[in-house]
Design a binder for this molecule. Sequence first.
Ligand code: IPD
Length: 261
Amino acid sequence: MTARDLEDRLAVACAIAREAGALAGEAFRGPQGRAHVFKGHQDYLSEIDAAVERLIRERLLAAFPKDSFFGEEAGGTFGRDVWVVDPIDGTANFARGIAHFCISIAFVRDEKTEVGVIYQPTMDELYAARRNGGASLNGRRMKVSGLTDIRQSTVEAGWSARLPPEPYVALVARLLAAGAQVRRTGSGALGLAYVADGRSDAYCELHINSWDALAGLLLIEEAGGWINDFLAGGGLQRGNALLGCTPALRDILAEAMDLRR
Ligand code: IPD
C-alpha cells in the first residue's frame, strides 16, 4: 500500500468522522440524548451508538470495498486491511449528558495501525495521524508534553468493569505514590488524544479494547510519544494492557503498571 493510498484513507476517515460526529452531536443535544440501556455492569449503550456505527461502516466500505470492518457495537471481521471503529467512545459520559465523548476510527494493515482519526464533535476537535506522517489537531501539528518529572505529571488511568477493582486501585495507589496527579475522564480514545496534544503526560489502562485504543495510540506515536506493544498477543481481537506517554516517563509508568512481567 502506497503513502498515497494511506493519505486517501486518512482524508476519507476525517470526512466520515466529521459526518458521524455531527450525527452524534445532534443526538446528544436532542430530546433523546440521554436514552440508554446497559449491556452489562457499568457498560452503557446509547440509542445513537448503532446508527453512528452503521453510517461509518457504510461510508468506509463504499469508499474501500475490499477493506474489512470491525465496530464495537455490531462486530465484523478482522481482515488484512481492517477499519476498527468505536462509534461513540465515552458512552457513559454521552448517556449522562457530559460532552466528553468522541468518534474513533483506525485503519490497520497486517496488525499495524496506519491511520488514526478521533473527532470530538462538541469541541469541533479533529485529531488525525498517518504512520510516518505526523499527528495533528485541526491541522496544527501535535507534540507530546516532553515532561521529565513524574512529580509534575498528570496521568489518566482508565478503568472498566471488565477487570476487578483491586488491580486498578493498586495501580492508582502506585501512581500517586510516585508523585503523579491521577485523573479518569471516561473516554480512553480522548485520553490518548490528550497525551498526543500534551494535555496529559500519559494514559494507562490495565485492559482496553482495540477500538478504543488504536487511533489514539498512533496519535501518540506520531506526536513523539512512547507506546507499549498493544497489538502483541492478539490485542486486536482481545484488547490488552495499554500505556502511552511522553518518553521520559516510560520506565516509571511501565513499572507502576507491571508491564515488564
Ligand atoms: C470505554 C471508555 C473508558 C475506558 C473503557 C472503555 P466506551 O469505552 O473508553 O474510558 O476506560 O475501557 O471500554 O464504552 O465508552 O466505548
